[in-house]
Design a protein around this ligand. Structure first.
Ligand SMILES: Cc1cc2nc3c(=O)[nH]c(=O)nc-3n(C[C@H](O)[C@H](O)[C@H](O)COP(=O)(O)OP(=O)(O)OC[C@H]3O[C@@H](n4cnc5c(N)ncnc54)[C@H](O)[C@@H]3O)c2cc1C
Length: 443
């Protein structure tokens, strides 16, 4: 039996890793359009500084997957304690915001605490993200930070987003909010408090570790953009920019909205293409900036809801250790989300870099642009799945369609879900178990 996997990111490599021990599978072809595997887990380099597509960290509540990731990295792995800050009116507030309220100006503390303790939205059922914030945190914390920050990162009004991502956030206990307003810093989201990161090689070290574990059944084909997929009897034919592949099973990890268009099917329902085009996502521009002075101290990431600052987050790469540091300087990575055809998409790279440098000046991390040694910007079309109000309905329809055609969807944009690395690996493991189970029961 032959399997073809469309795309060559973490979801493809981990799916091959979990499938390769199945005796009935003779060959697995991974088809990747770029000149390297890794997708969003790739790591780039500028003047000796290695950087990810937005800083990645390794953490999970899923112990089995976490052990696998840490085990694959072995010695090339280091534990760090989260030290993230929210920049609010030039003050450093510990993340999550509600656990460090005493750092705010007094009028903001009063607004946040009062609205939390006397919250008229508490008893309602939240039907969208904004309602969830109001119900859970009250109007003060919502309007001071959560709403503007989420508008900035999503470029989408939170009242048009559903609660899939947020409804697992625990409601902060009243005592914690009062303690945090009185000056005690309370740790929140403790499953992310400690994380690991490769000592060198960035997140791509994890990709390389997976590739090393693949046996000779698995063949990776780079520079092979998948152009069409169709059924031919019981089998599939996959055309790429290079050649044609045949397979008994197809796993797709390429963006499913694109798969809908290139899947050839005489009986394709009309509404599939419309539904595919209604899936919302954000692109990202990442910009590394090396500067002469270090204003960030021992902190790693800084979030800012300030609309006059171009980026929503900057991270100090030096935090990850000596291999991510140039002596006498600090290197930041700024992240700017955008949608196709919006103003950031249309802006030139030079303009975005200038916007990032202006933002660094506004938040007080540089005195002027003369403090900048070098900067580099890269763009990635598919970065964040947006859970708009139609997402679940749209994806249910698309999943049902591909399932009826025998194509498995896997990965962040393959299944169009907001999945981190751990969730992608879990999804691959579950998929491999499902496929192995089907092969066994068909014998
Ligand atoms: C800014 C940012 C920060 C993140 N931070 C973290 C973090 O801190 N921790 C964490 O756990 N996760 C993080 N993630 C999530 C993590 O990057 C993803 O979960 C993971 O990389 C998804 O892997 P994937 O294989 O599903 O998708 P992708 O990496 O997108 O892989 C898809 C692959 O398919 C290829 N492809 C697309 N179209 C075609 C085609 N037609 N033919 C052939 N190949 C094709 C692409 O080139 C790509 O290689 C972050 C993501 C982003 C965007």
């Amino acid at each position: 039996m032959k399997v073809v996997i469309l795309g060559g990111g973490l979801s493809a490599l981990s799916a091959a890793y979990f499938l390769q021990d199945c005796p009935d599978i003779e060959h697995i072809d991974i088809l990747e359009k770029e000149a390297a595997v890794g997708g969003l887990c790739r790591t780039y380099e500028k003047n000796g500084i290695e950087y990810d597509v937005g800083p990645h960290i390794i953490f999970s509540k899923d112990k089995e997957v976490l052990d696998l990731m840490n085990g694959l990295l072995g010695e090339n792995n280091e534990k760090h304690r989260r030290s993230n800050r929210i920049l609010h009116k030039k003050r450093f507030v510990q993340y999550p915001f509600e656990n460090d309220l005493s750092k705010l100006p007094q009028e903001d503390i009063d607004y946040c605490v009062n609205a939390f303790l006397h919250n008229p939205y508490e008893g309602y059922e939240a039907e969208n993200m904004l309602q969830f914030f109001l119900k859970t945190f009250g109007e003060g914390i919502t309007n001071t930070y959560l709403r503007p920050y989420n508008e900035k990162i999503w470029k989408f009004d939170p009242s048009f987003m559903d609660t899939q991502m947020v409804n697992r956030i625990p409601k902060p206990p009243k005592e914690d909010i009062l303690r945090s307003a009185a000056g005690e810093t309370v740790d929140g989201y403790t499953h992310q408090l400690y994380f690991t990161y490769p000592k060198k090689g960035g997140t791509e070290a994890l990709i390389k570790a997976f590739v090393k574990k693949l046996n000779d059944k698995v063949e990776i084909h780079l520079n092979n953009e998948v152009l069409s997929v169709r059924r031919a009897g019981d089998r599939f034919e996959v055309m790429t920019s290079e050649t044609e592949y045949r397979a008994d099973k197809v796993i797709s990890t390429m963006p499913v909205n694109e798969l809908c268009h290139i899947y050839e099917d005489e009986n394709k329902p009309q509404d599939i293409l419309l539904t595919a085009d209604n899936l919302r996502y954000n692109s990202i521009a990442i910009c590394i900036v090396n500067v002469k002075k270090d204003y960030a101290g021992d902190n790693y990431a800084f979030m800012t809801a300030d609309k006059n600052v171009k980026f929503h987050r900057i991270s100090k790469l030096d935090f990850m250790g000596e291999n991510y540091h140039i002596d006498g300087t600090a290197t930041y990575m700024a992240e700017i989300t955008y949608r196709q055809n919006d103003l950031n998409d249309k802006a030139s790279d030079e303009d975005l870099i200038a916007g990032v440098i202006d933002g660094l000046e506004r938040i007080g991390f540089i005195d002027s642009k003369d403090d900048v040694n070098f900067a580099e910007l890269r763009r990635f079309k598919y970065a964040y799945v947006i859970y708009d109000l139609e997402h679940r309905k749209n994806m249910d329809l698309i999943k049902e369609y591909f399932s009826s055609r025998g194509i498995y969807l896997n990965g962040r944009f393959g299944s169009f879900e907001y999945l981190n690395m751990d969730a992608v690996i879990r999804q691959s493991k579950n998929l491999a178990d499902e496929i192995k189970g089907k092969i066994k029961s068909s014998k």
